[in-house]
Design a protein around this ligand. Structure first.
Ligand SMILES: *Cc1c(COP(=O)(O)O)cnc(C)c1O
Length: 369
């Protein structure tokens, strides 16, 4: 892949859709008029044709290899975003089970996921971080009852609060369901610990319109005529994600991102090293600022993907955005529900971009503290 860019790019800290690797954008651009050997672009070819099936299979194999996904899991390429998974998970795994679903709430997205599950059956909260304003992950958890719990759902990285689990919560033999939307493939994980993982692509894995679902085969529903066809995981598994027209362009982009992770980065352990280094640059500035930058998350729950902090007053905050933009550092506004600053530094954000932000923050603090 080449890295030549002929246009001015800013350092874009958007939470999603978010920055993509330049070599990936370059290849998309190079192939936009015609895929090699095809004579048409990815946007113009049938999802049942040889070339697209090849791309779909390549994406699946690359994901399998990067995440070391065991053979007893299906990888599904769906639409509807992670929001639709908030409903599909309880429709498939809770409705008609006679069991209860347990939710671990560490921020905004987990709460929204649970609100959808309530429509489908019996739901309870296993842990809720609201007393400390969602600034941490649980230090310990009550063990869920294996016989009566359909699954435990958690949000591995809360994009809005900037709170991330350093590892999976231990839920014994109960299927663990993870919304990994804003951290997907940021480090190696042990997939066999999960019943299901889902992630919309536009944070860490490409273009909007695609949601990846990794589901253990025994969780695919059986004999479920109550479910609309599209909303039944089994239909997607049995039709190799071509039950209907899948999001072909976004799958092609994900294939290129996986290739970039494999060939340019050197796999997920190497990616994790880079991500740790990038996050440290910003948290070190926050920690050395004598409270000028007020980080939201507790130290051991800090996200490597979304770094969130506030100022003593709104005037300084407004000034920060203005001056940052003058340095080509953009999209730093925190989510409207919590305010402050959020620097999203996903896999594709280059170290240079994070360094530039860290330097700007040091300088800004020196002038305004
Ligand atoms: C962005 C996000 C969602 C929502 O994704 P959509 O694709 O907009 O439905 C859900 N969960 C988390 C953790 C997210 O970051």
């Amino acid at each position: 892949m080449t890295t030549k860019v002929s246009v001015e790019r800013v350092y874009n800290f958007s939470a999603g859709p978010a920055v993509l690797p330049v070599p990936v954008l370059q290849q998309i651009s190079d192939e936009m008029l015609a895929l090699p050997g095809v004579g048409s672009s990815i946007l113009e070819i049938s999802h049942r044709g040889k070339k697209f099936i090849e791309i779909l299979e390549s994406t699946r194999q690359r994901l399998k290899s990067l995440l070391n996904i065991p053979d007893n899991y299906h990888i599904l390429f769906l639409q509807g975003g992670s929001r639709l998974q908030f409903s599909m998970v309880p429709m498939n795994l809770l409705r008609q089970s006679g069991k209860t679903a347990s939710y671990i709430l560490t921020g905004s997205w987990g709460k929204l996921a649970m609100a959808e599950a309530v429509r489908e059956g019996s739901v309870k909260t296993l842990w809720d971080g609201k007393d400390s304003n969602y600034d941490r992950v649980p230090a310990s958890l009550a063990a869920p009852d294996a016989a009566s719990t359909a699954y435990v759902h958690y949000t591995s990285n809360e994009t809005i609060q900037g709170v991330q689990f350093p590892g999976e919560p231990n839920v014994g033999s109960v299927p663990l369901v993870c919304d990994a939307s804003s951290e997907f493939m940021y480090k190696p994980i042990d997939v066999s610990k999960y019943g299901m993982i889902y992630a919309c692509a536009q944070k860490n894995a490409g273009a909007a319109g695609l949601t990846v679902v990794i589901i253990r085969d025994d969780l695919l529903p059986t004999n479920r005529d109550d479910l609309p066809g599209y909303l039944n995981y089994r239909n997607h598994a049995e039709n190799d994600s071509c039950y209907n027209t899948p999001p072909t362009f976004a799958i092609y982009v994900l294939d290129l991102i996986c290739k970039w992770l494999q060939d340019d980065i050197g796999g997920l352990s190497a990616m994790h090293e880079v991500n740790r280094g990038k996050a440290k640059l910003l948290y070190d500035v926050i920690d050395a600022s004598n409270g000028f930058y007020k980080g939201h998350a507790q130290t051991d729950s800090r996200s490597l993907m979304n770094v969130t902090f506030k100022f003593a007053n709104d005037q300084i905050e407004a000034d920060f955005f203005k001056k940052a933009a003058q340095h080509d550092l953009t999209d730093l506004k925190g989510h409207r529900s919590v305010g402050g600053i959020r620097a999203s530094i996903y896999n594709a954000m280059p170290v240079e971009g994070v360094s530039a932000l860290a330097e700007f923050m040091k300088d800004f603090a020196a002038k305004n503290a």
